[in-house]
Design a protein around this ligand. Structure first.
Ligand SMILES: NC(=O)c1ccc[n+]([C@@H]2O[C@H](COP(=O)([O-])OP(=O)(O)OC[C@H]3O[C@@H](n4cnc5c(N)ncnc54)[C@H](OP(=O)(O)O)[C@@H]3O)[C@@H](O)[C@H]2O)c1
Length: 311
């Protein structure tokens, strides 16, 4: 049987459990395609799964990691009528597959045409982080033009998209970042930038309609002070306290981002129109996946870390 290279784990642990090894070549059914992966990016979920912090028991091993891909169609399932070999697409994969691999199956609901104006390395930086930002701001946060939003962690993978999407919508955007990223956040369009290591955001920002919380813990707790009555804290990480929400006359919610082909297509249009730019901090070859994950997990990263699969 034909095989390909994929990044798999056979046990949970540190970066040393990552193994670049032969895996079976995938098959496409119905409206699925087999994608030849040109690039795949790293998200915190990858090292959380690898270290066993993110659900999933040992019975699910081996696991192939990676949720983001950009590449070209290699094979079409029998009902993937609108696609042909060589078409460039990008996608956020479901958790049952991994994109840190030379080929992967992509379902119709997970993919959209790759934005034309960026290469595969930049396109691969987009899907999971971009959809997380989009769904947090608009589906869960209901952000509208003219409203005020505070984005915690604005220089990271999700945050740097959230700043740009919120600005494109016509919102007033405040964000927290560390000092070295102040100019970066401004170039993304943030109206107000707070250095979270030197300033208390509660002293600088007030009366926001929405807090997009990418940090949790005391950052989330302290955020109630800046939310308007009737506003909301939307978190990727932690359920908020119903008691604090009631005291403030506000709401809180936690969500999980999901693949969404229509939203990915909309994000691609914003990229092609020059309204949104994915920022890639560093590119590693697939074989150096352990160094790439360690970089995101332990060091300061601006935007995204990407794996180059086809050089
Ligand atoms: N629920 C979901 O579906 C979902 C989806 C995507 C992500 N997530 C989670 O959401 C979190 C963010 O994801 P990401 O991809 O954006 O991660 P990331 O790329 O690692 O970015 C995190 C950012 O937060 C900043 N930061 C750390 N402590 C902070 C603080 N106290 N105040 C303000 N900023 C702070 C970091 O800056 P410094 O380096 O300067 O500290 C970094 O820029 C992760 O925990 C991830 O697992 C959940």
């Amino acid at each position: 049987m034909a095989s390909m290279k994929a990044v798999r784990i056979h046990d949970f642990g540190g970066p040393e459990v990552l193994s670049v090894e032969d895996a079976p070549f995938p098959q496409a059914f119905d409206d699925e395609v087999v994608l030849k992966v040109h690039a795949s990016s790293i998200n915190p979920i990858d090292y959380k799964i690898r270290s066993g912090q993110h659900g999933g028991g040992k019975d699910q091993l081996p696991i192939t990691l990676g949720r983001d891909v950009s590449g070209t169609v290699e094979l079409c399932g029998t009902r993937a009528h609108t696609l042909a070999k060589g078409d460039p697409i990008y996608a956020m994969l479901g958790r049952d597959r991994g994109g840190h691999s030379e080929y992967v199956v992509v379902k119709a609901v997970e993919m959209a045409a790759k934005p034309r104006e960026v290469d595969h390395l930049h396109a691969a930086a987009v899907p999971l982080a971009g959809l997380t930002a989009w769904q947090g701001l608009f589906d869960h946060g209901g952000l509208a033009a003219g409203q005020r939003v505070l984005i915690h962690g604005g220089a990271g993978g999700v945050g740097h998209f959230a700043i740009q999407f919120a600005k494109a919508k016509g919102a007033f955007v405040a964000t927290t970042v560390s000092g070295e990223d102040i100019d970066f956040a401004r170039t993304l369009g943030a109206d107000q930038v707070v250095d979270y290591k030197k300033q208390r955001f509660e002293d600088e920002v007030a009366e926001v309609d929405l807090v997009l919380d990418l940090i949790a813990g005391e950052t989330q707790d302290r955020s109630w002070a800046v939310v308007k009555p009737g506003g909301i804290i939307v978190s990727t990480l932690a359920e908020s306290s119903p008691e604090k929400a009631r005291q403030r006359g506000a709401r809180g919610t936690r969500y999980m981002a999901r693949p969404n082909a229509a939203q990915l297509a909309e994000i691609g249009r914003l990229i092609d129109n020059g309204k949104v730019r994915p920022y890639v901090d560093a590119v590693f070859p697939l074989k150096d996946v352990a160094a790439a994950e360690a970089r995101l997990e332990n060091e300061h990263v601006r935007g995204k870390i990407v794996l180059e699969v086809v050089a």
